[in-house]
Design a binder for this molecule. Structure first.
Ligand code: SF4
Length: 75
């Protein structure tokens, strides 16, 4: 699956700025001025790195979602 096959959803209310996602996939995530994660566009890390970031987020704030070009379901 290429980066264009999925979208990243970040729950900003759940995010606590732990920065794990930024360390795991620094070309796809960054912390904003409120110390909340946001995605960088275009997404440049591979799906595996993004999934690892989501899996390691201590607040479960990241979800990978099949893009509108796919089924539109959560991965
Ligand atoms: S790892 Fe989770 S809590 Fe930490 S910055 Fe990323 S989304 Fe936010």
């Amino acid at each position: 699956m290429s980066p264009s096959d999925f979208d990243i959803e970040i729950d900003r209310n759940a995010c606590r700025g732990a920065g794990v996602c930024v360390r795991v996939a620094p070309r796809s995530f960054a912390l904003d001025s409120e110390q909340r994660s946001r995605t960088l566009q275009p997404i440049k890390d591979d799906r595996e790195s993004i999934q690892t970031a989501a899996d390691r987020c201590p607040y479960f704030a990241i979800r990978l979602i099949q893009s509108s070009r796919g089924a539109g379901s959560s991965l």
